[in-house]
Structures are given as C-alpha cells and as structure tokens.
Design a binder for this molecule. Structure first.
Ligand code: G1P
Ligand code: ZN
Length: 539
C-alpha cells in the first residue's frame, strides 16, 4: 500500500446524479483516484466494509473499476463484489447493494450521455439502502475532494474480472458475480411471468432497443430466454464502450429507429428502449408514444394487476417537473402523492419509510420500492404484465385512462450547450420577476402563482431550495424552468410545459401546448438571453 501525495481538484462537485465530466477529465492523472478517496473519506472510511462496484461498460469503465479496487483495498475495505467484466446496470447494482446487505456501492456511468474517449463518464456512490447518496453526503464528498492532499492505493496487477468467483487484492476479497442472475430472479418475484409468456406464445410481438448499452444482456435473458419472446426481439443488444456511436437516451429523438418501426405499417404490439445504464425507459405502443408522465400514471393505476403489487400501492411520488397525471390516480385511489425535487435521491426516504411504492420522473424514469433507483426494464415488465392481464392494446389502455382522469398534455423542451453566463442571467432575471407575476395575463392565460420550488423532506426534515421556477396558471396549466445538473458542456435549459384537458384527447401535444410555449418565451425571454427559439430536443 502506498500513499500518493496529490493536489485537490476544485470541480469535483456531484450534480443531479453523481460526478459527471468528459471522459478525458476523468482520465487525467489523479482525477478519479482523488474522487474515490473523497468518497471513502465522506462516508467515514472504508475499513472493514463491503461494497458493490460496477458500471455501464462505457469507455474507461474497465480501467476505473481496477483503480477503485486498488483504492478500496488500500483503505482497508473487507470485500468488493463486482459484476462480471466490471459491468452492472444501475438498478442491478442497487439490488445487489440491498440483497447482499453491503455498506453501499460505486456505480460508474454517465447514464444517457454518449460514451467514448471524447464523450462522457461519471461516478456515483449509493448508500446501504441501495439509493443515491443524499445531498449531505454528496456535499461532504465535494468538501473532502476540495481539500484532499493524498490518497491510498495498492500497487498490484489488474484483478481478473472475466471469470465468476473469488480472488483477493492487497488482502481484500473480490467476488465476481453474474451481472444478470440476481436481477432476473428479483423480476420473477414481482411479475406474472407465466401470463406474459402466454401472451408471447399467442403471437404478441415486441421490440426492445437496448441501444448498444448495458440492458442488452438483461433484456435478452428475461424477454427472450425466460419469457419466450422470439430471438431478435432485443435489438442493439451487445453493450459497446462507445454504444456503437448511438446516443443511449431513450426518447423519440435518439431512439428514432424504434420510433420509426413503431409508427410503421407492420409495427409490433409494443416497443421499448432503455438508456446507457439501464435505469430509464421509453414505452411505445403500435402507432402511439407514451409520455413518461402518462406512463407513471398508467402504471400507478394498474400496478395491482401484477403479483408483486397485488395488495395495492402505499403512495406515489413524482419529481416536481413531472406532470400531475399521477396525482389524479393517487386521489382516486385515496393514497398519498408527493412532489420532490429533480433526481432519484429525493425518493429514497419516502421509499424507505414505506410512504410510497411507485415513483417517477418525466425524464423517462420510473421505479418502485423493489430497489432504490429508477429501473427501465422493470417498467417495461410491468407494462407487459398489465397488457397481458387486460388483453388490450397500449392505445386502448391510454384512451381509457384519459377518459377516466382527463389528459395532462405535457412536453419538455431542452436547449443544450447554452452559454452558461447567459443561462444564469436568464434564470436570475426570471427569479427576480416572480413576485410581480401573479395576476398577470399572457397569451390568454392568467398567472395564479409563481415561485422557486423548495422542498422539505417529510421524513427527515432536510430542506432543498432553488429547485426550479414554477409559473402556475389559473386553468391548471404550468411552466417550469430549471438548468440541468447532469450536463458536461455549458448549460442546458429545461423548459417543462403542461396543460390539463377534460376532453379532446387526440391533439398533438405541441399544438395543445402552443399558448403555454409562447407564454414561456414571453416571460423568460429565452431568445433574448440565449439567442435560441427552437429547442434541441423535444420530449
Ligand atoms: C436529468 C433528469 C432528471 C434525472 C437525472 C438523472 O437531470 O432531468 O430527472 O433524475 O437526469 O438521470 P438534469 O440534467 O435535469 O439535472
Ligand atoms: Zn440512466
């Protein structure tokens, strides 16, 4: 074991989901090592502890796992459990942290950001409950990283992660486990595999686009091997370090191959895509796209049809920018509904306390209390289970849902790689104008309320301020604006738009939202500050 003198980096501040930077930033001398040491310092050391380590297989994943093993060993960790080849999907890692009762885990991923030497890399720590470290811990990591003067590392050869089994490094045990087996077994406890298998046997067709990312092996094992879907149901199923050049973000823009097939003449009954690390999902029916906010609402209304949720759900939670569609389901079911800041870490306390069973975000994330991360394949399996029980198509299920609850027309507009100073100035001006907005009318919409979302955790009382500007209109329409906390280049402005309709459910969301979109431009002067009118990505 050696102690290496180092110089602290001043930019190791975790964002919405861990520390994300360009891969080359992580590859510079000491950068990764410093942050791993800062993680261990922030959690009270690694001595005698057991951790899970794995990542989504993107470029530098393999090198980073070896570094983490050497630093964990030098810090006295008792054992590290690693997915074979250093690979684990984020939900599978969360499950292993919980099922093996470890002291947490380190997950390597930049989620849906592209991978490669010139693209993005990321690292985050999950707690013993399997969920992302809360803000007080990520703040402590940043503090530790900012003053770090040395790290401990074992000098040793690489550990062979190719073969399942146990080995050691610097006196620390390393157990290499199958990436898929435990996760697939968990899914079998939640869903009626026999019913889904019967549906496939009756000719039900689906396409799952793994986007050359981590879910390929999981989806192939579960959908094709265990549920009997025909070979070829999973496409782009081999994880590649650069995701084959794909942008593994499951939305209509980036999963365009799947969208084209699902909107085509001979479309399968059901389509789905997953992201780089397997926690996101996009769901598409034959000829119909399901917005993530609607997907969450449909899953909440129908979860009891799957055996794992047959007793009903305790409550639901959604991130603030997510549409209120799920709130209507909760009101109908007589269960609690929570509104949290953006990021999965805010759901952890509610899930641990048993206050909620299902939670979700508009950014293609849905999950339940089975792990403490969002879970893409889980959401797909719950949809399949519901389709198998109801015997209806996706569009029939959506239409029935809207007829009962009304439709929350919803869209998110992203303006990417905006000049950071200009984006900050725009948000500052908008925040400064909030007090004067109530009562004002714009585009025929009257503003009822405007604020900067602040959250008090109902379980531990911790508070988070400045979580996004909300402008609420008298007819229930809503504009939300915030800057992304996961980008690696300039600023990304996210504009969230919502309008509730009690009838007329077959409009194009962009048309239904047109006045709200114009109001947002008028109130925030996006064009004046950033020079942008047209968003880069619309979901
Ligand atoms: C984005 C999403 C957010 C999600 C996060 C991690 O964060 O908007 O819902 O939890 O990625 O997947 P943002 O870039 O908006 O901070
Ligand atoms: Zn992800």
């Amino acid at each position: 074991m050696t102690t290496i003198q180092t110089v602290a980096f001043d930019d190791q501040k975790p964002g919405t989901s861990g520390l994300r930077k360009k891969t080359r930033v992580f590859m510079q001398a000491h950068y990764l090592e410093n942050f791993v040491q800062a993680i261990f310092n922030a959690i009270g050391g690694a001595k005698g502890k057991t951790f899970i380590v794995g990542g989504d297989g993107r470029f530098f994943n393999d090198r980073a796992v070896q570094v983490i093993l050497r630093i964990a060993a030098a810090n006295g960790a008792a054992k590290v459990i690693v997915g074979q080849g250093g690979i684990l999907s984020t939900p599978a890692a969360s499950h292993l942290i919980r099922s093996r009762k470890t002291d947490g885990g380190i997950i390597l991923s930049a989620s849906h950001n592209p991978g490669g030497e010139d693209e993005d890399f990321g690292i985050k720590f999950n707690m013993p409950n399997g969920g992302p470290a809360p803000e007080n811990i990520t703040d402590a990591m940043f503090r530790e990283a900012s003053v770090l003067v040395s790290y401990n590392i074992v000098e040793a050869q690489d550990v062979d992660l190719g073969a399942i089994g146990e080995t050691t490094i610097g006196g620390m045990a390393v157990e290499v486990v199958d990436c898929v087996a435990d996760y697939a077994a968990l899914m079998e406890t939640l869903f009626d595999f026999d019913k889904i298998r019967a549906m496939f046997a009756n000719g039900f067709r689906m396409r799952f686009d793994a986007m050359c990312a981590v879910t390929g092996p999981y989806a192939t094992e579960i959908l094709e091997n265990r549920l009997g879907a025909p070979a070829g149901t999973v496409t782009h199923g081999t994880p590649l370090p650069d995701f084959g050049g794909m942008h593994p973000d499951p939305n209509p823009t980036w999963a365009h191959e799947l969208m084209a097939e699902m909107m085509g003449d001979d479309a399968p009954n059901f389509g789905a895509a997953s992201d780089g690390d397997g926690d996101r999902n996009m769901v598409v029916g034959r000829g119909i796209y399901v917005s993530p906010s609607d997907s969450l609402a449909v899953l909440a209304a129908n979860a009891h049809l799957a055996k794992g949720y047959a007793k009903g759900i305790a409550g639901v939670a959604r991130s603030m920018p997510t549409s209120a569609a799920v709130d209507r389901v909760a009101a109908d079911l007589g269960i609690e509904a929570f509104e949290t800041p953006t990021g999965w870490k805010f759901f952890g306390n509610l899930l641990d306390a048993g206050r909620v069973t299902l939670c979700g975000e508009e950014s293609f994330g849905t999950g339940s209390d089975h792990v403490r991360e969002k879970d893409g394949l889980w959401a797909v399996l719950l949809w399949l289970n519901i389709l198998a029980v109801r015997g209806q198509s996706v569009s029939e299920i959506l239409e029935a849902h809207w007829a009962k609850y009304g439709r929350n027309y919803y869209s998110r507009h992203d303006f990417e790689a905006v000049d950071k100073d200009k984006a900050d100035a725009m948000m500052a001006a908008l925040r400064g104008s909030l007090a004067d907005l109530p009562g004002r009318e714009i585009e025929g919409l009257k503003i009822a309320n405007a604020d900067d979302f602040a959250y008090t955790d109902p379980v531990d009382g911790s508070t988070s301020a400045k979580q996004g500007v909300r402008i609420l209109f008298e007819d229930g329409s809503r504009i939300v604006m915030r800057l992304s906390g996961t980008g690696t280049q300039g600023a990304t402005l996210r504009l969230y738009l919502e309008r509730y309709a009690e009838s007329g459910f077959d409009q194009d969301p962009q048309e239904a939202l047109a006045p709200v979109i114009r109001a947002a431009q008028g109130l925030a002067d996006i064009q004046g500050y950033t020079g942008r009118v047209t968003p880069d990505v619309i979901t």
